[in-house]
Design a protein around this ligand. Structure first.
Ligand code: BGP
Length: 474
């Protein structure tokens, strides 16, 4: 649909950006913090460990002041479960509460709304030792953590996100360093979807509790949602795209919004003897704990073709990452979309797909949306005079904001936009060299440098965007 006039971004639109605790904070075992799965995992070859990251734990004031300088209205950050509860359950660590109180207060000092992710890829190591998400008690561990957060921060935090990219934890857990398989697991798919089920129940318990304890707050999930295109108009490819859309996207949003399992996914799980076991009360809690808002991360679309079980001589299952697809015999197989360029790190770039994805989410669910991640991972260069000329990032963001504006004009309801990332930080599996921030951090994978902050060209550009409420994108 072409529009003659674009609607404006709504008043009070929440412009900001995102980070996550384990990728930005550092100080990973300081002031009583317990280890998470990220602190004990083997880091991918040639990438930094997660002990220092961008050192935001010690530099949050400087970082938040820079965000305020850009005009941020919101800062999306995550709370490290093991900073609050070093063993995942049990004793609360007062230093952890103090740290996040400080971060929240610092945001509020500048009129920046804190948008808190409760869980961003950092399961307490002590809970991994107790079976991690395969333990049916895990939903109660999470609900208990949620309660501690609501009690301590609920007076000031109005926007909450439950689990970051649960769909990626399920689809590519090993890449992110999070999957724990109990010894003797024979049906891996069943085990993974059992863990996924426990996370869905955990999320529902947290959402229900939030409504009870903080009736004025808004809570939602933060999956990685991107439309899956059919590789052609062959009907079989359409079916494949519906399959993969269901598995990657709608499973998570059907559950968060309606508290029900997506039918296509359920049938796929039945087919593979992988349906999850429900504990008594699960079906009810899933229906009772639904969301107010939909947070979603968007990087690019994917494209699939039919992958007939007979032609799948052997499974092409290989380790993938968040954006690079899957091959599931009898279900769908990802293919390259030749219409789209790629980033230096091989992710396709599809701003129009952002509009398409958000229209589809809004048409299906009619909930206000907040973009919790979107951005370009690239190699940046710090010049001798302290500049970072990242026009590639500006182009990426400009094109996506433009498409968001078109989607708003199409009738979609957006609350805000938080690209990834506010500050350079460590990537999930590609180290420090894959940068996303508006704020450059002077360090590399194996040299901690000065950790000084520098404003990238995108910093000044985004400041203009925010100052004009999305009108000035030049
Ligand atoms: C999302 C995660 C983030 C993040 C981002 C960029 O999947 O929620 O934690 O890092 O993707 O991905 P990467 O770091 O792999 O480039």
């Amino acid at each position: 649909m072409n529009h003659k006039n674009l609607k404006s971004f709504p008043d009070g639109f929440l412009w900001g950006a995102s980070t996550s605790a384990y990728q930005v904070e550092g100080a990973n075992l300081e002031d009583g913090k317990g280890p998470s799965c990220q602190d004990v995992k083997e880091v991918p070859e040639n990438t930094s460990d997660l002990t220092v990251c961008a050192d935001q734990y010690h530099r949050y004031k400087e970082d938040i002041a820079l965000m305020a300088e850009m005009g941020f209205k919101v800062y999306r950050f995550s709370i490290a479960w093991t900073r609050i509860l070093p063993n995942g359950t049990g004793e609360v660590n007062p230093k952890g509460i103090e740290y996040y109180n400080n971060v929240i207060d610092e945001c509020l000092k500048y009129g920046i709304e804190p948008l808190v992710t409760m869980f961003h890829f950092d399961m307490p190591a002590a809970l991994d030792a107790r079976g991690s998400w395969s333990n049916p008690e895990s939903s109660d561990w999470f609900a208990n953590f949620a309660k501690v957060l609501f009690e301590n921060f609920g007076d000031r935090v109005k926007y909450w996100l439950t689990i970051n990219e649960q769909n990626m934890l399920t689809l590519v857990g090993p890449v992110i360093g999070t999957l724990v398989l109990p010894e003797g697991t024979t049906n891996v798919l069943k085990e993974i979807y059992q863990q996924n089920h426990h996370q869905l129940v955990a999320q529902a318990k947290a959402m229900k509790l939030c409504h009870e304890m903080l009736p004025n707050a808004k809570i939602g999930p933060a999956p990685n949602i991107s439309l899956v295109y059919p590789a052609s108009c062959k009907p079989e490819d359409i079916i494949a795209s519906q399959n993969f859309n269901a598995l990657r996207n709608w499973l998570y949003l059907d559950m968060a919004v309606y508290g029900i399992y997506n039918a296509i996914v359920w049938s796929y799980l039945e087919e593979n003897d992988a349906t999850p076991v429900f504990q008594p009360g699960d079906a009810e809690i899933l229906k009772e704990g639904t969301c107010d808002i939909i947070g979603f991360n968007y990087y690019n679309t994917s494209t699939v073709e039919a992958f007939d079980i007979q032609t799948a001589v052997e499974t092409e299952e290989s380790l993938r990452d968040q954006q690079s697809g899957q091959a599931i015999p009898g279900f769908a197989r990802s293919v390259r979309n030749e219409n789209l360029p790629k980033t230096e790190f091989g992710w396709e770039i599809d701003p129009v797909g952002f509009r398409a994805t958000s229209r589809e989410i809004y048409s299906r669910y009619h909930k206000p949306m907040i973009v919790t991640e979107n951005g370009l991972g690239a190699y940046d260069t710090l010049t001798e005079d302290g500049k970072i000329h990242d026009e590639y990032r500006i182009n990426y963001l400009r094109n996506h904001i433009n498409q968001m504006n078109l989607s708003i004009t199409d009738g979609s309801e957006f609350l805000g936009y938080c690209p990834w990332s506010a500050v350079d930080l460590i990537s999930t599996h590609e180290g420090m060299r894959k940068r996303y921030g508006f704020i450059y951090v002077d360090r590399s994978d194996f040299d901690l440098g000065t950790l000084n902050r520098y404003r990238k060209d995108s910093f000044y550009w985004y400041k203009k965007v925010i100052g004009s409420n999305g009108k000035d994108l030049d």
